[in-house]
Ligand binder design. Structure first.
Ligand SMILES: C[S@@+](CC[C@H](N)C(=O)[O-])C[C@H]1O[C@@H](n2cnc3c(N)ncnc32)[C@H](O)[C@@H]1O
Length: 254
């Protein structure tokens, strides 16, 4: 997904990865269960999109498990500063949290350390192969409190009212059914539970990520506002991303 470095030059390893991830991007699933066609419109698919538009943005292709190595790249520590992302989450021992679109579990095990043995991390992904990679990583790291969950396209399959905090890092823009997924995630949150979007900053020329794999803060807030979510804060001190935090509202009228 990285196409150029901060100075605007193409970065060779990133470009190779980009081509690989592109070539391996998952085909769009058949729209079985498309619940509200009027929510989504169709356009000719762009190179890294699925040709489906939601609230003015084309949905990006899902990153295939074949590109999973990219998620574990060493440079991520400097590019994303995960310790700052985690600080924004304000996790406490004993919490029940979810890492939605967990991939290989890069954030799952970091959350697992913070919620401790008395806490639980549900690590959700839609690709069974990604779940296998995640299981291998978690057992290598001894993260026994991470529970892998194979989610669906419209519902992560978490128990209703059970989650203190749900995290989505670099995934929301890939949801094929963003409206349905957000509604299901909100149902899974406890009253007052929090939902955090971490997205590469859209419209920022210094962020070397393909546009469909970025989102502006305004777009995230527009899409969240349709649900029972109240904006709490945005951590804007990350190198390339925003971490946008919402709280579940106890009463909500559309
Ligand atoms: C770019 S990766 C990010 C992985 C991880 N969050 C990280 O930052 O390392 C996006 C992941 O989201 C997953 N994904 C896409 N749509 C999903 C959905 N509807 N439910 C759960 N996972 C999904 C993909 O399978 C992929 O593993």
């Amino acid at each position: 997904m990285i196409v150029q470095d901060r100075s605007g030059r193409k970065s060779k390893p990133a470009l190779v990865l980009l081509l690989l991830i592109h070539a391996l991007a998952l085909p769009t699933a058949a729209p079985a269960g498309e619940s509200a066609p009027s929510r989504y419109t169709t356009v000719p698919a762009s190179a890294d999109g699925i040709g489906k538009v939601y609230l003015g943005r084309e949905i990006a292709q899902v990153m295939s498990f074949h590109g999973a190595q990219w998620l574990e790249r060493a440079e991520r520590v400097d590019e994303e500063r995960p310790e700052l992302v985690l600080a924004a989450l304000e996790l406490k021992p004993g919490m029940t949290v979810a890492d939605i679109g967990a991939g290989t579990g890069y954030y799952s095990w970091r959350m697992a350390q913070r919620v401790g043995a008395s806490g639980t991390v549900y690590a959700v992904d839609i690709q069974p192969e990604m779940i296998k990679l995640l299981e291998r990583q978690m057992s290598r790291r001894g993260a026994a409190n991470v529970k892998p969950v194979l989610g669906g396209l419209t519902d992560p399959g978490l128990p209703p009212g059970s989650i203190d905090l749900a995290l989505m890092v670099d995934v929301y823009h890939e949801f094929e059914y963003p409206y349905e997924m957000l509604a299901a995630i909100v149902r899974a949150l406890k009253p007052g539970g929090r939902l955090v979007f971490v997205e590469f900053r859209g419209g920022d020329a210094a962020v070397p990520i393909k546009p469909l794999h970025t989102m502006t803060e305004a777009q995230v807030r527009k899409e969240a506002a349709i649900h029972a979510l109240q904006w709490v804060k945005t951590a804007r001190d990350l190198p390339w991303q925003n971490a946008i935090v919402f709280r579940k509202l106890s009463s909500f009228q559309r």
